[in-house]
Design a protein around this ligand. Structure first.
Ligand SMILES: *[C@@H]1O[C@H](CO)[C@@H](O)[C@H](O)[C@H]1NC(C)=O
Ligand SMILES: *[C@@H]1O[C@H](CO)[C@@H](O)[C@H](O)[C@H]1NC(C)=O
Length: 349
């Protein structure tokens, strides 16, 4: 062995050791609830005036600004009881109020953040979620669950290894206490859109997507976004003005295949879009399953519309609310694999 190869080997070993040490020190977040992401650790009595939090660092792991309240389960507002979905505490963001937490992430990786929110007054509430330079304004005026709580998702690509996750209520209401409740903030690293052999669509089975809280029955809403934003559903884009699609799990919903599916809860006001590279003049076949999530919407005549280039398919589905599914555009309820033309699907009810 020559001296040159020996010294090259030493260098390689050193690099490896440095790499491991750097990764251990970075302590990037792991999938699941953020530290004190459910706000169960709260302020000391001396840092509260009634329900209002009076010190910026009173809630462990979080930093607050503006009119932030610390809400206990069962607390009343006028005659309405404010429920808390997980544990015993949540926060409420009044006008222009913010909660934020510093995240350690892996640079250049993709992440999605999921959090629970509920409105407390009737006005059109919005939440401005930002992670570093990326931000999105999520409309929360439409309630999609019977509990009043929904989980919202937001995705980003980490430009730095430490980033502030900020949830901000940009509202300016007369009653400063009229703001959304926030509970349970979680994060999940997203894998690149998985591609199945023989399927040109990426993440066609929707198996990769935002974090869903295992104890909740309301999935996670995926908001509309601009083309260049990161979608919590890798491979797909949600197209709409203010409406969402609902990402659901097999534990609480009927899912025809795999562990995840998408429920088109907003009717024709929201569409799922994916761009596929094709060769002009060639023929392509597309198959998909249409069903209901098994959440009791009985005797509803539904239609899914699919478009690809200039071709359109309308796929009717008669829901019994019990979680059946059929292939598109076949009307036989058992067949799952048939053909249609599609790059985009919307429902009408
Ligand atoms: C608590 O809030 C009330 C109402 O805003 C205010 O009048 C009072 O001075 C506050 N108390 C303290 C100790 O800051
Ligand atoms: C949302 O937050 C971002 C970053 O904090 C800010 O630049 C943007 O103006 C905010 N948008 C609204 C509507 O408040």
């Amino acid at each position: 062995m020559t001296g040159a190869t020996r010294s090259r080997r030493v260098v390689l070993v050193l690099l490896l050791v440095v790499g491991v040490a750097a990764r251990a020190a970075s302590g990037a977040v792991t999938d699941g609830l953020l530290p004190n992401g459910n706000f169960e650790q709260g302020p000391d009595a001396s840092q509260l005036n009634g329900t209002r939090v009076t010190s910026p660092n009173a809630i462990p792991n979080w930093e607050i600004s503006g009119f932030v309240e610390y809400i206990g389960s069962g607390q009343k507002q006028d005659d309405m009881i404010l429920p808390v979905p997980e544990g015993a505490y949540a926060v409420r963001l009044g006008n222009d109020a913010t909660v934020r937490q510093l995240l350690s992430v892996t640079r250049k990786a993709y992440y999605s953040v999921t959090f629970c929110a509920a409105r407390t007054c009737a006005q059109a509430e919005k939440l401005n979620v930002s992670v570093g330079p990326e931000n999105g304004v999520l409309p929360i005026q439409t309630v999609y669950s019977s509990s009043g709580w929904d989980s919202f998702s937001f995705a980003f690509r980490a430009r730095h290894s430490t980033l502030w996750l900020t949830i901000h209520n940009p509202g300016a209401e007369e009653d400063p206490a009229c703001g959304p409740l926030i509970d349970s903030v979680a994060i999940k690293k997203l894998s690149p859109p998985p591609r199945e052999k023989g399927n040109m669509l990426r993440n066609g089975d929707f198996e990769e997507g935002p974090y869903i809280f295992p104890g909740t029955a309301w999935g996670a809403l995926v908001p509309p976004m601009d083309e260049d934003d990161v979608c919590p559903l890798p491979g797909w884009t949600v197209m709409s003005d203010t409406k969402v699609v609902k990402y659901v799990d097999a534990a609480h919903h009927a899912v025809p295949r795999g562990a995840r599916a998408v429920e088109l809860v907003a009717g024709r006001e929201a569409a799922l879009v994916q761009e596929v590279a094709t060769t002009p003049g060639r023929w392509y076949a597309l198959s998909f399953s249409v069903g209901d999530a098994g959440n009791g919407c009985a005797a509803e005549a539904m239609v899914v519309e699919a478009y690809a280039a200039r071709a359109t398919a309308r796929v009717p589905y008669e829901s019994r609310g019990t979680g059946g599914s059929s292939a598109a555009p076949s009307s036989s309820p058992r067949r799952r694999s048939s053909r249609a033309w599609c790059s985009r699907a919307t429902t009408t009810t």
